[in-house]
Write a protein that binds this ligand. Structure first.
Ligand code: ADP
Length: 629
């Protein structure tokens, strides 16, 4: 039984292949985690780093709160099961399973009990005397599992264990491994390139591509709320249908105009998670709809306004028994046009033939929208941003009948109808000069997403805990002006993330004759903690002294005070600019030629002492862009 924590894990192979980038995840005890993605995406490398078979280039791996980066594989108390079983051919099944316990000098009686217990769990008791070559693939894989079970590992790591088995056996073994996980009550991490395996076995799935984690979530959430086109296309069979096009909002009506000629029309309230800025008929979008969320029109179909009509011409009909898959084309004039092919999961009784033109219906609830350029979802479960069209005059911001007084930090000239965006965390309810009506609430994990009707548009707020307000309630809302941005008005959000160029150096201490180490930012030296030093040396060794670094720190972790005297671990700077947000004040400080933002209530020209807690800093290798600490 174990929990795991992977913090900013990187793997750079000799020769510079960056196989894993910034892998971050907390795994709870007893979870069944699946790493899935196409070949070469870094799944096995990550698993092998957890096992200790591959060195971790940078980052921190903890098992049960213990940092294990430097532990030998045998000391990590984990067991790994491989695709090719890795059994000893000259040993019996019994001896294969007993092997690791014998090398650990366990007493014979203990070994016997353990082997018999594992064999019973796996149903291989009758094969214990056989050699591996006298077993089928499925039986060999059971032996490989048995060899892991006898060691009572804290974590089971399984690397494509079923890919050598035929389809039927694979699905039987899938169920068996899931049962085994339940029975053992141990943390499992399972690698596969097969999304069906991932969906059926994982309590949470990590989808990877090109060394980057794309999304981590439960199978159902990945299916319902894919964060980008890659995840949307990778999870679910048959694949999601994608169509390029544009969106337009006219009053309360929204139209997705797809390039193939089909329009998907709906009320704004059905599409309100799509930012209004995309609804200009110009932004290129990709409309995504799963085969399950399209249906063939039928006079008995119930429709509460959730279905948009369309027509398609059938090209292929696949009768699978329990369901029928129709491959059709939305472009009636060019039925071979690939970009307008639509797959429909239809009723098993559906009668259709190649060339038939059929009436279909596309769900107005379960559709997906992606930005064509970034391929990211723009109809996310939790929207990233609120975007408003506002006017500015006399230091006041007005939009949709709301009036906010701008803080002194925001200087902009008068303007009409300027686009302003802010992360949804910038909009808080329960105070402030904004007035909204709660239109809908959605519980997401331990948070509540509020849909707020403000004039003609829907804005979002995400608050901790259960819903405190109900549909129809009038609420006050406030805007955190440090987070707003507007290209039209020349407003940028306050940059809370400070990035300072620096280096790492050593100096022989004349008294102790030992080396002291320093983090250098300009002329300032900060003294790293022993843990920071250890992490740096584990990752970079002696190269650290010649590596250009970035020290990254959040403005809210920094403290400032009027300058007193030069001290170790304190940077001295002069205030270049004051950002007065009324409720909070920040300063841009020049520290040895670099700019830094920190909370400070004073005046331009002040000399200030800046204290950055070393443990709050992220240290980045600038040359290969990896996080060292
Ligand atoms: P997956 O398990 O998802 O198929 P891997 O983790 O095996 O992917 O590989 C990720 C990337 O790292 C690939 O580009 C692969 O070629 C590369 N790679 C794997 N092992 C090594 C190695 N020993 N040396 C150099 N590159 C490697």
């Amino acid at each position: 039984m174990a929990s795991l924590s992977l913090k900013h894990i990187f793997k750079v192979y000799d020769g510079g292949v960056k196989a894993v980038n910034d892998f971050c995840m907390d795994i709870e005890d007893k979870e069944f985690i699946v790493f899935v993605g196409p070949s070469g995406c870094g799944k096995s490398t990550t698993l092998r780093m957890i096992a200790g078979l591959e060195e971790i280039t940078a980052g921190e791996l903890r098992i049960d709160d213990e940092i294990v980066n430097d532990y030998e594989p045998k000391d990590r108390n984990i067991a790994m099961v491989f695709q090719n079983y890795a059994l000893y051919p000259h040993m019996s099944v019994y001896e294969n399973m007993a092997f690791s316990l014998r090398t650990a000098h366990m007493p014979n009686e203990y070994i016997h009990d353990k082997v018999m217990e594992a064999a019973a769990i796996l149903g291989i008791t009758e094969y214990l005397d056989r050699k591996p070559k006298a077993l089928s693939g499925g039986q060999r894989q059971r032996v490989a599992l048995g060899r892991a079970i006898v060691r009572n590992p804290k974590v089971f790591l399984l690397d494509e264990p079923l890919s050598n088995l035929d389809a039927k056996l694979r699905s039987a073994m899938r169920a068996e491994i899931s049962r085994l996980h339940e029975k053992l009550g141990t943390t499992f991490i399972y690698v596969t390139h097969d999304q069906v395996e991932a969906m059926t076995m994982g309590s949470r799935i990590v989808v990877m591509k090109d060394g980057f984690v794309q999304q981590i979530d439960t199978p159902i959430n990945l299916y319902k709320y894919p964060g980008n086109m890659f995840v949307a296309g990778f999870i679910g069979t048959p694949q999601m249908n994608f169509f390029e096009g544009t969106v337009t909002k006219t009053g309360d009506e929204v139209r997705f105009a797809l390039d193939c000629g089909t329009n998907v029309d709906m009320k704004y309230i059905q599409a309100d998670k799509v930012p209004v800025k995309y609804m200009d008929g110009k932004h290129r979008i990709v409309f995504g709809i799963r085969p399950d969320d399209v249906r063939v029109k039928n006079s008995t179909n119930y429709d509460d306004g959730s279905w948009s009509p369309a027509r398609a011409i059938v090209s292929v009909v696949e009768v699978l028994g329990g369901e029928t898959l129709l491959y059709a084309n939305l472009n009636l004039d060019d039925p071979d046009c690939e970009s307008s092919t639509i797959i429909i999961k239809a009723d098993p009784d559906t009668v259709a033939r190649r060339g038939d033109v059929i009436d279909i219906e596309i769900s107005r609830r379960k559709f997906h929208v992606f930005d064509k350029e970034t391929e990211k979802s723009i109809r996310k479960r939790i929207p990233d941003e609120n975007i408003i069209n506002a006017s500015v005059r006399d230091g006041r911001l007005t939009f949709e009948g709301q009036i906010f007084t701008l803080p002194p930090a925001i200087e902009c000239s008068a303007s009409e109808n300027a686009e302003i965006s802010m992360p949804i965390s910038a909009l808080t309810i329960g105070g402030g000069s904004g007035k909204a009506t709660v239109q809908w609430t959605e519980k997401i994990g331990d948070k509540t997403l509020y849909f707020l009707k403000v004039g003609e548009v829907t804005l979002f707020s995400l608050e901790d805990g259960e819903a405190k307000y109900s549909v129809g309630d009038e609420v006050d809302f406030d805007i955190d002006f440090t987070m707003i941005s507007s290209e039209a008005l020349g407003i940028a959000p306050l940059q809370f993330t400070n990035t300072l160029d620096g280096s790492f150096s050593k100096e022989k201490n004349k008294e102790t004759k030992l080396y002291d180490f320093y983090m250098n930012i300009g002329e300032a030296r900060l003294v790293p903690t022993a843990t920071v030093c250890e992490k740096i040396f584990a990752c970079k060794g002696n190269k650290i002294f010649h590596t250009p670094l970035e020290y990254i720190v959040d403005a809210r972790a920094i403290t400032t005070a009027p300058h007193t005297e030069d001290r170790e671990n304190v940077l001295t700077g002069s205030v270049l600019e004051i950002h007065d947000y009324t409720s909070a004040k920040y300063a841009t400080v020049d520290v040895y030629g670099q700019k830094l933002i920190a909370a400070y209530d004073g005046a331009v020209g002040d000399t200030v002492d800046v204290t950055i807690p070393v443990e709050a800093m992220t240290i980045k290798d600038k040359t290969i862009d990896i996080i060292i600490v």
